[in-house]
Design a protein around this ligand. Structure first.
Ligand code: ADE
Length: 251
């Protein structure tokens, strides 16, 4: 079958999981035009003079996989950047920190004993890699963004840090200490847990499209009292995500 986009020009797709996160990204797009498809609104525009697509993935792996497939095969995205929030799992990954994924794993994938636990059957992979060069750029942008946004430290009561490593995804919001401890014991190098990234990574891997995933840490994935999640989205995650994206597109 011939490629759907034989002459595709470089187009960055920005995916957010929550409406507040998408709104922050859309506020930076120039000439944004909506293109509805499959119960989603895909936005086309430019950012720093470059073609950009922006869309809400929906929550969970199926929604994220469908959205990513359409971005690449229908809209012609040539790289994908997922921006959102996650729960901190790794020791030292605290609320207000930023985690940049270097690989992503579905923690609820288990076809054992036919295949090793976490391996996606018939792919031979449990850890789907993010693109190293693109991820380097996102990490640099994240460090610069935290340095420029000192008010995040005031919001979370400490100086936030940028971490890079393994991100877990599954169709569960992890909200008990027992579950996050079990994840940490099973996958000791995991930094954060969310609900979409590994599905996006599997689709990007299938298409050979570079991916980066950046998540600000909204909770510790335990039963501790939750901070004001809407306020975190509005005051921290939204502005940080927007600025990271702007810096990546300007680099
Ligand atoms: N997104 C943000 N926090 C999360 C958590 N604790 N579990 C899953 N997804 C999340």
């Amino acid at each position: 079958m011939p490629p759907a986009h034989p002459t595709r020009s470089p187009t960055t797709a920005l995916i957010a999981a929550l409406p507040e996160e998408l709104d922050a990204l859309l506020s930076t797009l120039e000439g944004a035009r909506p293109e509805p498809l499959a119960s989603r609104t895909f936005w086309r525009g430019t950012l720093a003079g470059q073609p950009v697509l922006a869309v809400l993935s929906g929550v969970g792996k199926v929604a994220a996989a469908l959205t990513t497939t359409l971005l690449v095969s229908h809209f012609g995205a040539t790289r994908v950047l997922f921006v959102g929030v996650a729960g901190g799992i790794g020791a030292g990954v605290q609320v207000g920190d930023i985690v940049v994924a270097d690989a992503l794993l579905q923690h609820d994938m288990d076809a054992s004993p036919l295949f090793p636990r976490h391996e996606v059957p018939l792919t031979g992979l449990s850890r789907f890699p993010a693109d190293a060069g693109f991820t380097d750029a996102v990490q640099r942008a994240s460090i610069a963004t935290l340095q420029a946004h000192r008010e995040v430290a005031a919001f979370v009561g400490r100086t936030p840090r940028v971490h890079r490593g393994l991100v877990l995804s599954g169709d569960r919001f992890v909200a008990t200490a027992a579950e996050s401890t079990a994840l940490r014991e099973r996958l000791p190098d995991a930094l954060a847990v969310e609900m979409e990234g590994a599905a996006v990574a599997q689709v990007c891997h299938a298409f050979g499209v570079p991916l980066a995933v950046v998540r600000s840490i909204s909770d510790r994935a335990d039963d501790a009292a939750h901070l004001d999640f809407p306020a975190f989205l509005r005051q921290v995650a939204g502005p940080l995500g927007r600025e990271i994206v702007q810096r990546v597109m300007q680099a």
